[in-house]
Write a protein that binds this ligand. Structure first.
Ligand code: BT5
Length: 256
């Protein structure tokens, strides 16, 4: 299997994840990539919108990992890493990972991941890994505070094809490792904008304040609340996270 063995390019899609899921249901082998120039109904987690004008990169990858669904959460969490590394390799910019699914540049969101899948009798039938990146579009036009684009950060136009190729190449090598249960924790921790920080986590209707301690083997974020409770935040919960301290003097604790 090679991610990108087949790449379908569309001018427009409702959501590239929908197109990839349809192909997944009709038996397409893994490795298929769907790319659209823009999306009319791009989405984030939990029904949120992913604004998808031309100039951004929108792609979905169809995967059929032979994994226990229990291992899925780690896989999902770590998939931001190849995307962040590809962005760094092509632009020379430094990226940060905001758990669970954001890639940021100097605290602003530049990319988001959405993993969707289906399974039967404890087996994953397929997964669709959706990646949205603000590349040459203007972040200001998105009308969102806290968003940025690669061209704005780099001060130049970014070659989208080159970026796409690099993402696929990083995904290929990381996916092989992830399937063996190898998760490059050091590379993740080094880029995390959350670990070691004071955070405010909103889960459903509850708000927790505390310190982000470490990433559990299954990709959950372990935090210690100000009241001394140790909590595991799973990406499947409706969690939204805010870092509430400055980036200075942060001591990232280890699990041991
Ligand atoms: C995500 O969700 O960040 C996942 C985004 C995945 C998008 C890709 S594009 C290809 C594939 N096809 C799809 O339909 N989706 C995937 P979440 O963590 O829920 O973040 C959503 C939030 O990010 C929104 O509520 C906005 O606040 C913000 N947002 C929306 N559009 C954005 C953009 N273009 N850039 C930065 N932030 C954005």
């Amino acid at each position: 299997m090679t991610i990108g063995r087949r790449v379908i390019r569309l001018d427009e899609a409702t959501s590239t994840n929908d197109v990839a899921k349809r192909r997944g249901r009709s038996g397409e082998p893994e490795g298929l990539v769907i790319v659209a120039r823009h999306q009319t109904q791009g989405r984030g987690r939990l029904g949120r919108e992913w604004i998808s004008p031309e100039g951004g990169l929108y792609l979905s990858v169809l995967l059929r990992p032979e994994l226990d669904p229990k291992e899925l959460t780690a896989l999902t969490t770590y998939f931001v890493l190849p995307v962040a590394k590809a962005i760094e390799n092509i632009t020379g910019l430094k990226t940060e990972l905001k758990w669970p699914n954001d890639v940021q540049i100097v605290g602003r969101k530049v990319a988001g991941l959405l993993v969707e899948g289906t399974g039967q009798r404890g087996k994953i039938a397929f997964l669709v890994l959706g990646i949205g990146i603000n590349v040459n579009n203007s972040a200001k036009d998105l009308g969102l505070e806290g968003a940025t684009s690669l061209s704005e950060e780099a001060g130049r136009t970014i070659d989208q094809e080159e970026l796409l190729e690099e993402i696929l190449s990083e995904l290929r090598s990381h996916y092989e490792r992830f399937k063996k249960g190898e998760y490059p924790e050091d590379e993740y921790v080094r880029r995390s904008s959350v670990l070691g920080h004071q955070i405010e986590a909103v889960i459903g209707r509850e708000t927790f304040r505390g310190k982000a301690l470490y990433l559990a083997p299954d990709g959950a974020l372990v935090i210690k609340s100000d009241e001394g409770l140790v909590l595991r935040l799973s990406w499947v919960n409706d969690t939204s996270l805010r870092v509430t301290d400055s980036a200075e003097n942060i001591d990232i604790p280890t699990k041991d």
